[in-house]
Ligand binder design. Structure first.
Ligand SMILES: NC(=O)c1ccc[n+]([C@@H]2O[C@H](COP(=O)([O-])OP(=O)(O)OC[C@H]3O[C@@H](n4cnc5c(N)ncnc54)[C@H](OP(=O)(O)O)[C@@H]3O)[C@@H](O)[C@H]2O)c1
Length: 254
């Protein structure tokens, strides 16, 4: 097994493909990467929003697709390879947050969250993997959340998907390094996007989406295994993972 540090993909290595790029973090990252010279392919379900984003930069091309459609994702990957060039980086960013509100136990919240956030990411990896493994190079990026560090109120479904992405990504990073593929996990705190604009509670250290995109792309250029921002918030959530779990649950249940 090779022990050399894998280097980050560069725009000269090929194309980046980003899901969930019709708004929020995905759209901001697409623009940031296009500005840094990348050829960017963007996916989401809303083709009108994707087209509007693609019209803002020559380097951005729209490929509407639902991440839960495994065959559709495979066809999209093939289309990007044929029309734009080699997939050098994929960013599994599409995600939904559906709160769990008890005492009702709504299993559909879990099903939908797992399908989009977790299986959607698997579908993207599966679609791009044959091309990357053949070339023995590529960067797989999973957009998780600090909600994946600890169990949080109303986040039983969402948090499970985000913890799943962190664990799955780490395992893939370990297994795929020998084939020249790197895996980066992104764990943002609160970022100002259409998703968080629905929240009615106070969001500490809420970060501007353009700044967040810059921090994320900086981390990807350094090929950091875990990328997190804003640090003044995410640091505390990371620290909380070291609390005795009984104490943690008692504190959070209040
Ligand atoms: N904002 C935050 O504070 C924050 C913090 C931590 C992690 N995150 C994560 O960052 C990612 C982006 O979130 P955001 O805040 O930017 O949210 P957002 O603005 O709501 O964007 C979500 C994106 O996912 C796409 N999407 C949803 N379901 C999809 C599906 N089935 N197939 C394809 N695309 C789908 C949406 O597009 P369509 O509806 O057009 O399909 C949209 O482009 C998510 O994974 C989220 O969990 C966000």
């Amino acid at each position: 097994m090779s022990k050399r540090k894998l280097s980050a993909m560069r725009p000269s290595d090929g194309v980046v493909w980003i899901t969930g790029a019709s708004s929020g973090i995905g759209a901001a990252v697409a623009l940031e990467m296009a500005r840094r010279g990348w050829q960017v392919s963007i996916s989401a379900r809303s083709s009108d929003k994707l087209d509007a984003l693609a019209s803002q930069h020559d380097n951005i091309v729209s490929y509407a697709c639902d991440v839960t459609d495994r065959k559709g994702m495979q066809k999209t990957a093939q289309k990007i390879e044929t029309e734009m060039g080699s997939l050098a980086m994929i960013i599994a960013n599409a995600g939904i947050y559906l709160p769990t509100n008890f005492p009702e136990f709504d299993v559909s919240i879990f099903d939908k969250s797992f399908d989009v956030n977790l299986t959607g990411a698997v579908n993207m990896i599966a679609a791009a993997y044959p091309f990357m493994i053949e070339r023995k190079q590529g960067q797989i990026v999973l957009v998780s959340s600090v909600a994946g560090y600890n169990g949080l109120p109303t986040s039983a479904a969402y948090g499970a998907t985000k913890a799943g992405l962190l664990n799955m990504g780490e395992a893939l990073a370990v297994d795929l390094a020998q084939y020249g593929l790197s895996v980066n996990m992104v764990a943002p705190g609160f970022i100002d996007t259409p998703a968080t604009q629905k929240n009615t509670f106070h969001m500490p250290a809420l970060m501007d989406v353009t700044k967040a995109a810059r921090a994320m792309v900086d981390g990807l250029e350094k090929n950091r295994t875990r990328i997190t921002f804003p640090k003044r918030f995410t640091f505390w959530l990371r620290l909380m993972t070291f609390l005795p779990r009984q104490l943690y649950v008692r504190l959070l249940s209040r």
